[in-house]
Design a protein. Structure first.
Length: 134
């Protein structure tokens, strides 16, 4: 993502796409065979959030953050390249920088949520095969 931001002129669209790709990648590690959509955020992350935050105020705040995450995904998909569709123009710099920053924050939050889940639920952790154990 950073090489796109340091280009002359900056390629905000590619940087935003790279951020979306990173968020999709982590979401996919957390929930294999699931696409990052607003519905899947609700279906998969709501139970994780409910388990991660025991008090009701934190859960309300996190629920509001999930809504923001859903809206971020919807906004980000507008700038994703889709075969057979005219490519979106470069986003305005301020919107792109906001979206990229928000995406980086979402990555950190997702990683922390995944870390807080019980180990047997952390699907991205692969158990060593018997041949690797000694």
């Amino acid at each position: 993502m950073s090489t796109h931001l340091y280009a002359d002129p900056p390629n905000y669209k590619q940087a935003w796409r790279a951020t979306l790709s990173a968020v999709e990648g982590l979401f996919g590690l957390m929930f294999p065979y699931v696409r990052l959509t607003a519905d899947e955020i609700e279906r998969r992350l709501l139970p994780v959030v409910q388990g991660a935050y025991p008090d009701s105020i934190a859960q309300k705040a996190a629920r509001a953050m999930l809504t923001g995450f859903q809206e971020w995904v919807e906004a980000s998909v507008m700038y994703r390249h889709q075969p057979g569709v005219a490519d979106a123009p470069q986003p305005p710099a301020d919107i792109a920088i906001l979206a990229i920053s928000h995406g980086a924050s979402l990555l950190r939050w997702l990683a922390d949520l995944d870390e807080s889940r019980p180990e047997q639920v952390q699907l991205h952790q692969v158990e060593a095969s018997p041949s690797m154990k000694k």
